[in-house]
Design a protein around this ligand. Structure first.
Ligand SMILES: Cc1cc2nc3c(=O)[nH]c(=O)nc-3n(C[C@H](O)[C@H](O)[C@H](O)COP(=O)(O)OP(=O)(O)OC[C@H]3O[C@@H](n4cnc5c(N)ncnc54)[C@H](O)[C@@H]3O)c2cc1C
Length: 383
């Protein structure tokens, strides 16, 4: 990417959103609601594995603001009554959602949810390119972006006033602008999906969280008699352990007190999926004519269970900032960055305090790294 001479190309749009996950689709919806034109360029067809399947009750707030609550409710996701945790102690304790003014939480089918939001973006007036490859994105001397994409066998040329990076943790657009990503730890998730052998029996729909010596686990039900069990640990610890024991994930699962029984009536899929789950953020979230939203801007520990909620919130804030920027405000994007940074600092304080509550394994590297006197320093990035 770099500077090139301005050349006429159509169609011209206000904003090009790279990435059509929750943050990207929601940004496009909110921009259309504010009277702007937007395209979404999404690399997948939404059929790939997507993680992040439990939503807290307050997800209702951004979904209502985006005008998609009825479409969400029609999709029949599984109601989630709360979370049961063995954290700081062996026994489970409940954190019920019954006290929430927004009702229950939700176990969702992420592919279905993400493609529903993309459809809503189209209904709001955005163009959504699926299975599209960004070939180039070049800035001209007037600050417009000239974008070339391939969608199936077709090429499209667009000219956009602003670009939104919504490409998730890869933050691929911002990183190509030379903005580094700051990692705060090395957390990964090793995810196993499973299918119930007794679909007629209703499994508990509480999400379970269990801390163990080398990290923590969660398990949850999914729509369609499916379930997920995920082992959260640090990438270096997992790599080392797996070199010594190839069935390490299964052997760790068997040692859990609560997670293993919760999936014992399920058949596990053959392979696991390893995904990055660390706390991280871009060093800068905005430039003169671009900004980042959702995980591309800042990614949260899945323990918070807030990733999609925060992605939608950031999309709404970004749409307001872009709206003001397109009306001439030069403060709008820096103000967005400042507000997002305040949220992130608050989140990090909460995260540190929650990890600080688990004190059963003071000698274990995973927990030593997370105890308050050590967490102020960022971990070095993975090689
Ligand atoms: C193990 C784990 C468990 C989690 N559990 C939960 C949970 O229970 N609840 C919750 O709310 N959150 C959870 N999260 C977090 C949640 O998944 C994310 O916060 C959320 O998906 C962020 O949305 P996003 O749109 O910013 O990014 P993404 O969902 O990552 O979407 C990015 C989109 O961009 C597309 N893309 C990427 N690169 C390009 C490119 N170059 N060009 C075009 N398109 C591109 C991708 O295909 C994708 O559709 C979890 C995360 C992890 C790792």
């Amino acid at each position: 990417m770099g500077n090139q001479r301005s050349r006429p190309c159509r169609p011209s749009i206000d904003v090009a959103v790279l990435g059509g996950g929750p943050a990207g689709a929601a940004t496009a919806i909110a921009l259309c609601q504010r009277g702007h034109s937007a395209v979404v360029i999404e690399s997948s067809g939404y059929g790939n594995v997507r993680v992040g399947d439990t939503f807290p009750p307050r997800i209702r707030i951004p979904l209502v603001k985006l005008g998609v609550w009825e479409q969400f409710a029609a999709d029949r996701h599984v109601p989630a009554p709360g979370i049961r945790s063995a954290w700081g102690q062996d026994d489970l304790y409940d954190n019920d959602f019954i006290y929430s003014p927004y009702g229950v939480g939700w176990h969702i089918d992420r592919g279905r949810f993400d493609s529903m939001l993309a459809r809503c973006a189209e209904e709001a007036g955005a163009i959504v390119y699926r299975q599209a490859v960004l070939l180039s994105c070049l800035e001209d001397e007037n600050g417009n972006w000239h974008i070339e994409i391939a969608e199936n066998d077709r090429r499209h040329h667009l000219r956009a006033g602003l670009v939104v990076d919504a490409t998730g943790r890869s933050s691929s657009f911002a990183q190509k602008q030379g903005i580094p990503r700051i990692p705060y730890d090395r957390l990964i998730g090793v995810i196993g999906f499973a299918t119930s052998r007794t679909p007629e029996k209703e499994p508990s729909s509480f999400t379970l969280i269990e801390a163990v010596e080398s990290g923590w686990w969660y398990s949850t039900v999914l729509p369609g008699s499916r379930a997920v069990a995920a082992y959260m640990t640090d990438s270096d610890l997992y790599g080392k352990a797996q070199r010594l024991e190839s069935d390490y994930w299964i052997s760790q699962l068997r040692r859990t007190l609560h997670i293993q029984p919760s999936v014992s009536a399920c058949t596990l899929d053959e392979s696991n999926h390893v995904v990055a789950a660390n706390t991280s953020r871009l060093e800068r979230l905005t430039g003169k004519n671009w900004l980042a939203v959702g995980d591309a801007a800042m990614a949260f520990d899945p323990l918070s269970g807030q990733g999609v909620h925060k992605a939608l919130q950031s999309a709404l804030k970004a749409a307001d900032a872009i709206d003001q920027r397109l009306s001439g405000s030069i403060e709008a994007l820096p103000d967005y960055e400042a507000a997002m940074t305040r949220d992130f600092d608050e989140y990090r304080r909460t995260r540190n305090s929650i990890y600080g509550k688990e004190r059963r394994w003071p000698e274990a590297p995973f927990w030593q790294r997370r105890h308050p006197h050590e967490v102020a320093t960022a971990f070095p990035a993975d090689p």
